[in-house]
Write a protein that binds this ligand. Structure first.
Ligand SMILES: O=C(O)CCC(=O)C(=O)O
Ligand SMILES: [Fe+2]
Length: 231
């Protein structure tokens, strides 16, 4: 098997998205917060993405590298986990601050393609145990390299069905270090002949006081539109 370890940073996304204002979706945000057992202030503003036929989002993590985005990353601390343990992030200088939970809700059913796929669920295996026997036994920072093409471990793929919600945990809790969990790398495979709509709720370990900076770091355009309905 050809092995193509490389860092998961040149990710490519061809979908488009918008970010909703919190006052457009108060009920939904309250429900997500209840589901996660966190304060509403830990919720990033809700995002909605649209994939036209053939559009995709390649392998990536929802965990946050944050302030180091433009700096040269430490190759052994690719997602700046150690930095965040020491300094937190701007707007939340709290040890281990990270995105800890993501909830996707598919807004329509897509018959062919468009699955969200977690194909790197045994990242440690792919790397020959870079974290020791298992990330969960010895969580910590790493190189971010993985077997991008072939994946590793079980392939967990979810086809979009309208109204279905999917949760996953990109990072440990702050109390456990906030480390990025490379086993949670995922992708949105290309849609085939339908448009896919999905809402993404990213949930942080802590309240952020600088959502604007978070959204800028992700190159999101500020949402100037209001949705038609308050949901
Ligand atoms: O569109 C999907 O299925 C997943 C989207 C995603 O991974 C993300 O927005 O972080
Ligand atoms: Fe994602």
């Amino acid at each position: 098997m050809r092995q193509t370890f490389h860092n998961v940073s040149g990710r490519s996304r061809t979908s488009s998205g918008c970010v909703l204002r919190n006052d457009e979706v108060p009920t939904l945000r309250a429900r997500f917060a209840r589901l996660a057992g966190v304060a509403v202030s830990a919720l990033q503003p809700l995002k909605v993405s649209r994939y036209e036929p053939g559009e995709r989002f390649d392998i990536h993590t929802d965990a946050f590298r944050g302030d180091l985005r433009d700096a040269e990353p430490d190759p052994n601390d690719w997602w700046a986990d150690r930095h965040r343990v020491e300094h937190g992030v701007k707007g939340a200088p709290i040890s281990g601050c990270n995105r800890m939970l993501t909830i996707f809700v598919y807004l329509n059913t897509v018959a062919r393609g468009g699955r969200t796929r977690w194909r790197w669920t045994n990242h440690d295996l792919a790397l020959g145990g870079s974290h020791g026997t298992s990330f969960y036994e010895a969580p910590g920072p790493g190189s971010g390299r993985t077997e991008v093409e072939h994946g590793s471990g079980a392939d967990v793929s979810v086809a979009p069905v309208e109204g279905t919600g999917v949760l996953h945990f990109p990072a440990c809790t702050a109390a456990a270090g906030g480390w990025t969990d490379y086993n949670a790398y995922h992708e949105a495979e290309p849609t085939v002949d339908e448009t896919k709509w999905v809402a993404q709720q990213f949930i942080w370990s802590h309240e952020r006081l600088d959502w604007r900076a978070v959204l800028d770091a992700e190159n999101h355009e500020p949402s100037t539109r209001r949705s038609d309905d308050v949901i």
